[in-house]
Design a protein around this ligand. Structure first.
Ligand code: NAI
Ligand code: MG
Length: 475
């Protein structure tokens, strides 16, 4: 039940000009693909947005050859010259921010508030950040290190343009060239980025974008002339890629799934913690690898926190992603919706209690209400499997040691959150949590200067910060 009635406040679609069909971006030109084109839709309405080319392995080969040809001159450019291109790209992203945000929300289903205020500003920030390092690699401790060559990069659909930035900005700063494959449900902002590369006069072949589904991704990863593979996506595909790369000279970074614990102690400020819980799992419909999908709450404050959480969730607005008042947008695809539904149903059948605020779901499109499971045991599938949707599993603990044990009881290890007044407890916990990122009294905070990556089945290698440079250099 909304406290206030809000009039619709949709962002205008007029800032984007979506073409009926898109080709591949190879050697600085848009070109036809040899495979059967696929359509990308708006998941909030199921409306077809555009037809997009499918790259076959021959097309991928052309892209890799273009990247190889461009590598010589690009890697020989002084870092300060490469930086100029990256700064130019960053500025164009800022200039075209509104267009990119609307396009991202249309193709992905995420609320415009997030694409406008989080995704796109972070995309620009990543290019600015790595532009700054391009001529200072020696100061970063990489004096004399050579770029790796051609990077093959495969990214998912949850942060389409941001994952592109995480991959392309450090690769280019270090002097590599790239062939990137965006996800098949969200190719449009990567193709807009191809246009930005042209606008920035980036030399042809330095960035190549090949669209298509898993087969195209496998062709990129498996191409013999690719020197570095970077992947973000499911642990399952990550395993396939690790096998494909094993025994070759290719360098590999994998950023995979997560099942993060968001840990609330009895001395935490309850209202702030509730905001952090909401941001942790309902940001981007929970399509976040580092989402705080397991709430560990100290037993003594369980009822108080849950009551405040339910109250807060009742005020969230779900609906049109382009509406500036929307908090929760559409689920990215019919497949992802089916997965969220079946894992949630499993949670119920295993005996956990399911709750959602009363909330009307639109008729068309893919939607799932914010959902909270209480009475969850560690053995329940909803406490173990990544759901990748707006579904929170609540567990309890009594002592800090028990919180650590439960938090670490997962095959993943990407992130964790701690909510407490005590600085010493934050440090004590952070030391013991097996997670690549530990947030304290906040959650889902990202910064290009801060490395990001996982332990165990969440993958290996780091993106962002100085570590992110190392992944693209022969050190
Ligand atoms: P996915 O891992 O299949 O897709 C990610 C990317 O890999 C896409 O671009 C896809 O086309 C590509 N791909 C698929 N098969 C490939 C192969 N054999 N070789 C090379 N590239 C390949 O993820 P999907 O199917 O979209 O989502 C399934 C589940 O994975 C989600 O429900 C979620 O749990 C998890 N996921 C995790 C993400 C993360 O950021 N950690 C991102 C996306 C999904
Ligand atoms: Mg789409």
């Amino acid at each position: 039940m909304a406290i206030f009635e809000y009039a619709p406040a949709p962002e205008s679609r007029d800032v984007v000009d979506i073409k009926p069909s898109y080709g591949l971006f190879i050697d600085g030109e848009f070109a036809d693909g040899s495979g059967t084109p696929f359509k990308t839709i708006n998941p909030a309405t199921e409306e077809k947005l555009a037809e997009v080319a499918t790259a076959t392995s021959d097309d991928v080969d052309r892209a890799v050859r273009a990247a190889r040809k461009a590598f010589g001159a690009w890697s020989e450019l002084p870092g300060a010259e490469r930086a100029k291109y990256l700064f130019r790209i960053a500025r164009i992203i800022q200039e075209r921010a509104r267009e990119l945000a609307v396009l991202e929300s249309l193709d992905n289903g995420k609320p415009i508030r997030e694409s406008r205020d989080v995704d796109v500003p972070l995309v620009a920030a990543h290019f600015f950040y790595y532009a700054g390092w391009a001529d200072k690699l020696a100061y970063a401790g990489f004096g004399g290190a050579r770029p790796l060559g051609v990077a093959g990069q495969v990214i998912p659909w949850n942060f389409p343009l941001l994952m592109l930035a995480w991959k392309i900005a450090p690769a280019l700063a270090c002097g590599n060239t790239v062939v990137l494959k965006p996800a098949e449900t969200t190719p449009l902002t990567a193709l807009a980025f191809a246009d930005i590369c042209r606008q920035a006069d980036l030399p042809p072949g330095v960035v190549n974008i090949v669209t298509g589904a898993g087969e195209t991704g496998a062709a990129v990863v498996g191409h013999p002339d690719v020197n570095k593979v970077a992947f973000t996506g499911s642990t399952e595909v990550g395993r396939v890629i690790a096998r494909a790369v094993a025994g070759t000279d290719k360098k590999l970074t994998l950023e995979l799934g997560g099942k993060a614990a968001n840990i609330v102690f009895e001395d935490a400020a309850v209202d702030q913690a509730v905001e952090g819980i909401v941001n942790g799992i309902f940001f981007n419909q929970g399509h976040v690898c580092c989402a705080g999908s397991r709430l560990l709450v100290q037993e003594s404050v369980h009822d108080e926190v849950l009551e405040a959480l339910r109250r807060r969730l009742s005020t969230l607005r779900l609906g049109d992603p382009l509406d500036k008042n929307t908090d929760i947008g559409a689920i990215n695809s019919a497949e992802q919706l089916a997965k969220i539904r079946s894992l949630s149903d499993l949670g119920e059948s295993e005996g956990a209690q399911r709750w959602s605020p009363s909330c009307e779901l639109p008729d068309k499109g893919f939607w799932f209400p914010p959902t909270v499971f209480t009475g969850v045991a560690q053995s329940h599938s909803i406490a173990r499997d990544e759901i990748f949707g707006p579904v929170l599993s609540v567990l309890t603990f009594r002592t800090p040691a028990e919180a650590v044990e439960k938090a670490n009881n997962t095959p993943y290890g990407l992130s964790a959150g701690i909510w407490t007044e005590k600085g010493s407890r934050i440090l004590w916990m952070a030391d013991r949590l097996r997670a690549g990122v530990v947030w304290a009294n906040t959650f889902n905070k990202f910064d290009p200067a801060s490395p990001f990556g996982g332990y165990k089945e969440s993958g290996y290698g780091r993106e962002g910060g100085l570590h992110g440079l190392e992944a693209y250099l022969d050190v």
